[in-house]
Structures are given as C-alpha cells and as structure tokens.
Design a binder for this molecule. Structure first.
Ligand SMILES: [Cu+2]
Length: 285
C-alpha cells in the first residue's frame, strides 16, 4: 500500500510537501527479488497525495536521480537525442487545473544538483527559467537548482488524478521506471456524500492489520530483466499478467467474496501497450 504523502509544514499559510525523486528497490511479488525502480520518496507507486477540493497547497519536486539512467534511452525519440542529459525530470499532475508554471511542461525539466555536469549540457529545459520566474512573480517562491515548486489550487471537482514524470522524450521510460503516483481529490459536491463510504482509506502510520475500505490500485505491466535474459520475452509478459491477475484475485477473495469491507477501488492503468482490457467484478455492497 503506498503511503499517504505528509505535508512538511506550512509555507505562506498553505500546506507544503517535499517529494524527492530517487532510486529505490521494491518488491513487486513475494517470490521475486527486489526490483530496481526510480521512485517518488522511495515508494513505488509514489506516495498518494490526498487533496481536498478548494484547499490549495504546494509541492517541491526535487530531482535526486543519479547521473545515468538504468534503462536504455531511445535517441530516435524527439527530445531524447544524443547529447541530451539522461536524468531530466519534471512532474505533471494528470488532469489537475493549474497555471502553466505548475503544470510540469515537458520542456520545463531540470537536472539534479551535481558538480560534474559537462559544461556543454543544459541543466534545465527551455521552459524552466520562464516558469521559474512566473512562479516567483505569482507566489514569491524561489526554485533552487534541481527543484521546482508547483502550486495546486484544487479548485475543481473531486476526482482521481495521478502524477507522473513528464519529460520530453523520456516520459514513457521514466513512468516505466516507477515515477508515478495517485493524487486523490476529495470533498465538495462532486464527491460521494459523507457516510456512503465507511472509511478508512489508507493513511500513513496505520497499524499492521488495519482493515481498509478503500484501496488505490495502479495496474502497470513490467518486463523484468533477469527473466528476459533467461527466457523468452513472452514469459515475462505472462508473468506480469499473472501478477496483475493474482492481485485482483486476492483483492476479490479478501473483500468481495467475503462480502465485507471493500467499497471503493481506485484504479489507474499505465500499460506498456494499449491492447490490455480490464474487467472488474461487480461488488456487492
Ligand atoms: Cu498524464
């Protein structure tokens, strides 16, 4: 269960989050060794951001990724040509209503802070400086090198959103590497009325064994490399599909068949290919 993002404090009277992007190891299945990922705050998926309609906050997205990518970069893709740095990062909240400086434009990427970046490398994308200035003019915030501070006003309907890596030419690779997470916007007239969902949704610091009534579930397929080297690619895909089926089956067994607790399952799908279909069992209340 991904943790819920916790505000680091208040800044200009608004909650303020700090979320670093950094490498991590995470287990995707009990019977598999830990897998290398790039993560938000060490968690894959990233920590769930819980927002409430009408309540603004800001997030400082910090690029702490290493110098080299651990996945192969395709230099034929626009924006990822030879000579462009590999660890560009910028974060976009998919579907969020924000002003341009906080939208995570694909060209507004920035490198991590490092002394040994070749002088021929750009350290930021072509839109970074403009948005950095706009953020300062609008909100009085300073983006330090290797960071961007985005403002989320949350003046929109309750809905399920997600945040993800958004660099020109690298988006798919960085999401594949692990850089995505839920952004759940709750409250207001578009949300279910109080009491319809019995709660709780997952919270950071929940004691082990907490019985949940809402589970955020991201479905993404992954081909795991050692398997690829030893066997045929198709087996890796089959395994990924089996893991997904296993997770869905376990959830169904624990919650639906027992007719007990699961009332809402929030599903985001980030597939490698677009062919997959997803059918959910209808749940009994
Ligand atoms: Cu998106």
């Amino acid at each position: 269960m991904p943790p819920v993002a916790q505000a680091a404090g208040l800044r200009k009277k608004l909650p303020f989050y700090r979320i670093p992007m950094r490498p991590t190891l995470a287990k995707v299945h009990r019977d598999l060794p830990a897998t290398r990922f790039w993560s938000y705050g060490g968690s894959v998926p990233g920590p769930t951001i819980e927002a409430r309609t009408g309540q603004a906050f800001s997030v400082k997205w910090i690029n702490e990724l290493p110098k080299k990518h651990f996945l192969p970069i395709d230099p034929t893709i626009h924006g990822a040509e030879e000579g462009v740095p590999e660890v560009r990062a910028v974060v976009h909240v998919h579907g969020a209503k924000v002003l341009p400086e906080s939208d995570g434009y694909p060209e507004a990427w920035y490198l991590p802070v490092a002394r040994d970046i070749p002088s021929s490398f750009a350290r930021v994308g072509s839109f970074y400086d403009q948005f950095r200035q706009e953020a300062y003019n609008r909100f009085g915030v300073n983006w330090n090198p290797g960071t961007a501070i985005f403002q989320y006003r949350n003046d929109q309907r309750a809905t399920t959103l997600w945040f993800h890596s958004h660099e020109l030419g690298l988006t798919r690779l960085n999401i594949y590497a692990g850089l995505s997470g839920f952004y759940l916007l709750r409250g207001g007239s578009a949300d279910v009325p109080p009491g319809v969902l019995p709660g709780p949704a997952p919270r950071a610091g929940d004691p082990p064994g907490t019985r949940y009534y809402e589970i955020p579930l991201i479905v993404q397929d992954r081909a795991l490399r050692p398997l690829l080297e030893e066997t045929h690619k198709i087996i890796a895909y089959l395994l990924a599909a089996l893991v997904a089926v296993h997770v869905m089956g376990a959830l169904r067994h624990h919650f639906v068949k027992r007719n007990t607790v699961l009332r809402r399952m929030t599903v985001g799908i980030g597939p490698l290919a677009r062919e997959e279909g997803l059918r959910t069992p209808s749940t009994t209340p």
